[in-house]
Structure formats: C-alpha cells, structure tokens
Ligand binder design. Sequence first.
Ligand SMILES: [Fe+2]
Ligand SMILES: [Fe+2]
Length: 135
Amino acid sequence: MAFIDWKYSFSVNIEKIDLQHKELIECINQLFDAMKEGRGKNILGDIVSSLIHYTESHFKTEEVYFEQYGYPATESHKSEHAAFVKKVTDFKSDLDSGKAILSNDVLQFLKNWLQNHIIGSDKLYSKFLNEKGLR
Ligand SMILES: [Fe+2]
Ligand SMILES: [Fe+2]
C-alpha cells in the first residue's frame, strides 16, 4: 500500500486536474519511499525540488482556469496555494542548509495538506467549472 492512495472522492471531474493531483500524490509517495529506504540528503532534496516544481505548475493550471472562468473564490484559493508553496520552499532551504531534516512529521504534513486541500478547496470549484463546460 502506498503512503497516499488515490481515491475517487479526490476527483474534481476535470481530467487534466485529476491527472496533476495523481502526479503530486505520486511525488509525495516517492519522497516517502526514499525516506524509508534511507536515501541521502541530495536525493531527498531533488524529490522535494520536483514536488515544488509540479506543485507550482499545478497551481498555475487551476489559477488560469479561475481567471478564465471568473471563479468567485479565486483570491482565497490562491492564498492557500501561496502559503503552501512558501512553506515547502522554506523547508527546502532549511533542508539544504542542514537546519531541517525530512521526517515523518513533514511527510504527514504534506499528505494532510494535499488531501484536505483537494477535498476541502479544490472540490469546491468542481461544479462551477463543470457548469462552464470544463471536464
Ligand atoms: Fe489542486
Ligand atoms: Fe487548489
């Protein structure tokens, strides 16, 4: 069993976004496996960099749709994205400088944040964007 399993309840009913969420889950799973296998700091750092990269590109996709279709909760949703990117980017700096290590707590934070954000915030735009014809 993977650290995070995709569930149908994560679906926002928009194919491109579901695929990106699956990629993010896969990236966190890779990070979990690498930590469990005792991989070195550089490998862990590279996976965290990929996670930041995939996350930023995914958030951009959602935010472009919000602007394009006039999603009412754009600003609060974008703030959640920005706060997460800052947190993970700060963590990456601390990891690089040796001030932080990758721990179960960090992995658990990433898992909880992603699941709660998909279920609690992303699913809120689902109906709105579906009604605009986006699938
Ligand atoms: Fe998302
Ligand atoms: Fe989002």
